[in-house]
Design a protein around this ligand. Structure first.
Ligand code: UDP
Ligand code: MG
Length: 315
């Protein structure tokens, strides 16, 4: 029997856990063909989350938990979940029921058809302002233009991953984790499933606009090092302006016989030295980008198949 691990990172979710368990239990009971593991990662909750998980485990031995020593944030909670999951595939789900468990049979169906990464994509962004939709669209456009890795839009962490994706993700041990970009980076056969994201059942979101901004910057810096090229891009026009102005001043003094003014000399000097400084920043940036990539210590490539045999990424 194939085993499915449902990984649920939880931070202060005492109110959401009982309804969550009820809905997942119903679902697990209908899918008799599979063995289940419901793996909670308690991310240093300050409320009764862990007590509730322990209590549930006494009633249902499919429930497992990893209790982190403090709050490490969702990204770290997720990799902890991957480290401890034992299933043939894993499904990431939020504890707040924003991701409907009823979608799981569909995710599993595509997995059985041979897809490695079945991700749930939000059907609509209803209830969001025009500005939010617009900024999000622009953000994805800019982000995609900066990287060769294909980015999945309007998807969160709600997805099913085959064991070989899990093993691949476990090889990415960088500490500044942006799991969304890692899902894209590992590649493999992906399939999208549309769904409606529901409002939270209880408690409150841990996000605010400042955190969202952090996330946006984090998204860019984890996908690409191209912002480091900004200096180089500014330096080039600076030198072009310098060159044109230089020609203009020279022509004026030698051809038209007009004396060079002090301010013209100053402008030339400023353009020259600021141009050199920006250029040097750009060079430093290039090397910094390379160091940044090296320090992540990622595998150089991942293999899909070798001589007709699927690569499992086991160590
Ligand atoms: N979460 C976590 N650690 C944190 C913050 C959040 O494990 O430091 C969990 C949280 O319990 C929930 C999921 O991550 O299961 C998503 O969090 P939330 O609902 O606050 O985010 P949103 O859905 O608003 O993006
Ligand atoms: Mg939520």
């Amino acid at each position: 029997m194939k085993k499915i691990s449902i990984i649920i990172p939880a931070y202060n979710e005492e109110e959401a856990l009982p309804p969550l368990y009820d809905r997942i239990k119903k679902l697990m009971d209908t899918m008799e063909k599979y063995e289940f593991e419901l793996l909670f990662v308690n991310d240093g909750s300050k409320d009764k989350t862990i007590e509730i998980i322990k209590q549930l485990r006494q009633e249902d031995n499919r429930i497992c938990y990893v209790d982190l020593s403090r709050n490490f944030g969702k990204e770290i909670a997720m990799i902890a979940g991957l480290d401890y999951a034992t299933g043939d595939c894993v499904i990431f789900m939020d504890a707040d029921l924003q991701d409907p468990p009823e979608l799981i049979p569909e995710l599993v169906k595509y997995w059985e058809e041979g897809y490695d990464d079945v991700y749930a994509k939000r059907k609509s962004r209803k209830g969001e302002t025009w500005l939010k939709k617009f900024t999000s669209k622009m953000y994805y456009k800019v982000l995609q233009s900066m990287t060769k890795v294909e980015i999945q839009r309007d998807t969160g962490d709600f997805r099913l991953l085959d064991r070989r994706c899990v093993n691949a993700l476990k090889k990415l041990r960088e500490s500044q984790r942006n799991t969304k970009s890692m899902f894209s980076w590992i590649g493999y056969k992906k399939k999208e499933v549309l769904y409606n994201r529901e409002p939270r059942v209880a408690g409150s979101t841990k996000w605010n606009y400042i955190k969202l901004m952090d996330l946006a910057i984090d998204g860019i810096t984890s996908f690409t090092t191209s912002p480091l090229r900004i200096s180089t891009f500014i330096a080039i026009p600076t030198f072009i302006v310098l060159f044109i102005y230089f020609i203009y001043v020279i022509v004026k003094s030698f051809v038209v016989h007009e004396a060079i003014h002090a301010f013209q000399a100053i402008i030339l000097l400023i353009l020259f030295f600021s141009g050199i400084q920006i250029l040097l920043f750009g060079i430093v940036g290039e090397y910094l980008g390379r160091i940044f990539k090296e320090t992540k210590n990622r595998p150089l490539y991942l293999v899909n198949e070798y001589n007709g045999e699927k690569e499992k990424n086991e160590d």
